[in-house]
Design a protein around this ligand. Structure first.
Ligand code: AMP
Ligand code: MN
Ligand code: MN
Ligand code: MN
Length: 268
């Protein structure tokens, strides 16, 4: 058994800690296999000596939100972070995120919540999303936490909901694989009724994140079985976003390393 957590976010997207601080915490939490998977950003991997000093086995990762559905996200692991096409595409996806944030700000205005883009002090180096808007609403005391922001305003089909303008599932898998990575379906429990795993396999999917905090035992078993049938590997991740984010568990899942199949070769 090994402690595995391959799904975390830093300040390069919507997490609250630096990559280095997450690593320190992961080590304290006795995580053995680790990945940082910022939304549409690999900047947390650049110029960092990640494999040194922390004693963790690390695979370089990213999480890409598709336009297929609010919760249809694909994780990429073992990617070449110098890959030109990957970097170009992620830059494009981040600029689309800013377009979306502008639309959300306009939708909030419609319902009487007046914030401006300047309030959010947007920087090119960060991958923006709804949590950044939520954090600003918390600062303004309009809501208490990110969860409330999603329940009241920003979540799927709520008054200020604007659909993702990310890439298609097909493009996402291709971008990851062309950069030498493996493509893994994130939090499949959240999209269970919308997807056909066989179609995914045909599109080139390599693995599925069966172990995820909100998955029941039944959901975990279902995805392990499905993965076996389709020769997909299995991963585990907590979707850590830092203290106060509502997604603040960094402890890994204790599972058999062999479930990760060929992904094991990608850890440094
Ligand atoms: P976006 O990237 O703009 O589509 O926003 C999605 C992100 O919002 C997810 O990656 C989570 O970090 C966060 N999120 C989604 N739903 C919730 C929720 N109910 N409570 C807290 N954070 C959430
Ligand atoms: Mn997030
Ligand atoms: Mn996700
Ligand atoms: Mn995530």
């Amino acid at each position: 058994m090994s402690s595995i957590n391959l799904h975390t976010h830093s300040v390069f997207s919507d997490g609250t800690l630096s990559p280095r601080d997450i690593l320190k915490k992961a080590r304290l939490a006795a995580v053995e296999f680790f990945s940082l998977t910022d939304h549409d950003s690999i900047d947390g991997w650049i110029n960092q000596e990640y494999s040194l000093g922390y004693g963790l086995k690390i695979a370089r990762g990213v999480e890409i939100n598709t336009s297929f559905h609010d919760n249809l996200h694909i994780l990429g692991y073992g990617i070449d972070t110098e890959n030109k096409n990957l970097r170009l595409k992620l830059t494009e996806y981040r600029s689309r995120r800013i377009q979306r944030v502008k639309k959300i700000v306009a939708a909030l205005k419609e319902i009487g919540i007046d914030i401006s883009l300047e309030d959010l002090s947007i920087k090119d180096s960060i991958s923006y999303g709804r949590p950044h808007i939520a954090d600003f609403l918390i600062k303004k005391k309009i809501i208490r936490n990110r969860k409330e922001a999603f329940q009241k305003y920003l979540g799927y089909e709520k008054p200020a909901y604007i659909p993702s303008i990310g890439p298609s599932i097909e493009e996402t898998i291709k971008v990851i694989k062309d950069a030498g990575g493996y493509a893994v379906l994130a939090h499949p429990g959240a999209v269970k009724n919308l997807i056909n795993m066989e179609e995914f396999k045909e599109m080139g999917l390599d693995g599925v994140e069966a172990f995820y905090p909100s998955h029941s035992g039944g959901t975990i078993r279902y995805f392990i079985e499905t993965a076996k049938k389709l020769s997909l590997f299995v991963t585990a991740g907590t979707d850590y976003h830092g203290m106060g984010s509502g997604r603040d568990s960094l402890s890994g899942f204790d599972i058999e390393e062999s479930l990760m199949g060929k992904l094991r070769e990608r850890f440094l």
